[in-house]
Write a protein that binds this ligand. Sequence first.
Ligand code: HEC
Ligand code: HEC
Ligand code: HEC
Ligand code: HEC
Ligand code: HEC
Ligand code: HEC
Length: 361
Amino acid sequence: MIRLKCYIFLLAFILVLTLFPADIPAVITGQCSECHTMHNSQNGAAMVSYVFGAETTDAKDYLLVGTCLGCHAQGGPSMVANVNGINTPQVYHTDATGDLAGGNFAYILGTKGSGASDAKGHNVVDFGNLEDTLSSPPGHHDPDGIGVNITCAGIAGCHGVRKSGSGIYGNHHRNVDGKLTTADQAYNSYRFLTGVKGLEDADWEKTISVSDHNEYYGANTPMTYSGNCNICHNPSGIRPSNNTMSGFCGTCHRNFHVTDQIGGTSSPFTRHPTDVILPGSGEYASYNGAGNPYSLVARIARTTVPDVPGDTVNPGTDVVMCLSCHAAHATDNADMMRWNYKSSTLSTAISGCNVCHTAKN
Ligand code: HEC
Ligand code: HEC
Ligand code: HEC
Ligand code: HEC
Ligand code: HEC
Ligand code: HEC
């Protein structure tokens, strides 16, 4: 009888898996107490909780044991940290073996890499180190005067609901993983970037290879502005109307993405294009050499989110995006570049460019 029940349960489980494969949320697992504290008290003493760079005993919003940076920026030696027994992706760490997909804010503060520099990434205010050179996002209108005070989440941030008074609240427990093509809420969007589609790698690219990586969503034409505020403004928060990663970056760096500022949708361009197709002819046809293997340096976006990561690139179909050249958080290079474009050694400086521009070496 018990065995029969087991079988029925197993069958039901397999059925659920088959029917709703894309919708299985990466529901946070573990004891509530690993992330929450009911009264911020244990044996009469306040609990130790995590904030950036230290431990405190203050009670936190949502009864949590840490702030965003407390859980995600512990500064330890591993890019995925064990926080109270739970695998938690780290955006600030000293792991010498690499960084997760977004990069590593530690390069800005100099705790990893070749030395501190604001130009190496997005100076998220929560880290307490404000940008010294820039005074607003290059290429943007800034009616709110948010300037460079960019945060992890909320109206002045990237993750969650980008609206006054909103943020990440209500998303961790509903988080959907894997292939994300609905993208109408933060929890069913790529990495809580509301409106962005994509395929999430299960370990945030801790292990990475040409066949084991995130896939980014792109379009065959960038967003067009012409006074249309709705390409970014949505009643439920700021988001890219074209659902692409480049459109997302363009919500703050508008002029670097929209057609009227980059010179249209075909050559000659006036700013480097994104969300345009890698031509299937000329130098682009030999993207990354014979057989067009996927390059982990100069990455491309797909106009259809694939079911599994692809190990090849298709000139004529795939597109160039902001993340072909930049990382999202920070890198060890100036301007958050994926390679050292400032190098005085030409081959190093163009090492990413000529993955696509194969005739320019
Ligand atoms: C791995 C960490 C983690 C664990 C384990 C966890 N939570 Fe949470 N929980 C969070 C975070 C982070 C937030 C706040 C951010 C958010 O809502 O996205 C949150 C928010 C909440 C909220 C408010 C938002 C919402 O979605 O309703 C409730 C209620 C909640 N948790 C209950 C629980 C309960 C009950 C358990 C145990 C069954 C639990 N949590 C276990 C991390 C965790
Ligand atoms: C109590 C610890 C805790 C806190 C506080 C917390 N997180 Fe998380 N977060 C986690 C864990 C654990 C995961 C990985 C599990 C998962 O993917 O759902 C995660 C996953 C994420 C992801 C990746 C989601 C994905 O699609 O893979 C993002 C982005 C994120 N958190 C952002 C934030 C931001 C922004 C804040 C603050 C507003 C925050 N988190 C606060 C524990 C926390
Ligand atoms: C929420 C608004 C916002 C979004 C979204 C955004 N940025 Fe930025 N970005 C800024 C601000 C503000 C600055 C200037 C302050 C700084 O660099 O810290 C900036 C600076 C930069 C810089 C120059 C860094 C430096 O310090 O010189 C680059 C490169 C950049 N962003 C690329 C991107 C890319 C790529 C994306 C998409 C993955 C993106 N941005 C998305 C707000 C944003
Ligand atoms: C390319 C994307 C984009 C376009 C197009 C755009 N905005 Fe914005 N807007 C933003 C972002 C991002 C913010 C929040 C950050 C900031 O204020 O710097 C914002 C903030 C605002 C704010 C401040 C209030 C709020 O919601 O935060 C106003 C008002 C505003 N925009 C008006 C407009 C109007 C009017 C238009 C059309 C003429 C327009 N915007 C077009 C991206 C855009
Ligand atoms: C082909 C590679 C490439 C692509 C694609 C690209 N960038 Fe850049 N970006 C660069 C380089 C290189 C620099 C350094 C300055 C320079 O050489 O123009 C830079 C600089 C920047 C800066 C700093 C500008 C300043 O005033 O200091 C921002 C912001 C930026 N990029 C954002 C973006 C955004 C947003 C996108 C997508 C819409 C994007 N980039 C796409 C290569 C690229
Ligand atoms: C992921 C592929 C990719 C990478 C990497 C890349 N580009 Fe491009 N680039 C393109 C595409 C696609 C076009 C538009 C081609 C077309 O439609 O004619 C383009 C256009 C250009 C143009 C304008 C050509 C014109 O006809 O107006 C220049 C200049 C350029 N890229 C320089 C660079 C430099 C410099 C780098 C390195 C910092 C770089 N690119 C990196 C794909 C890439």
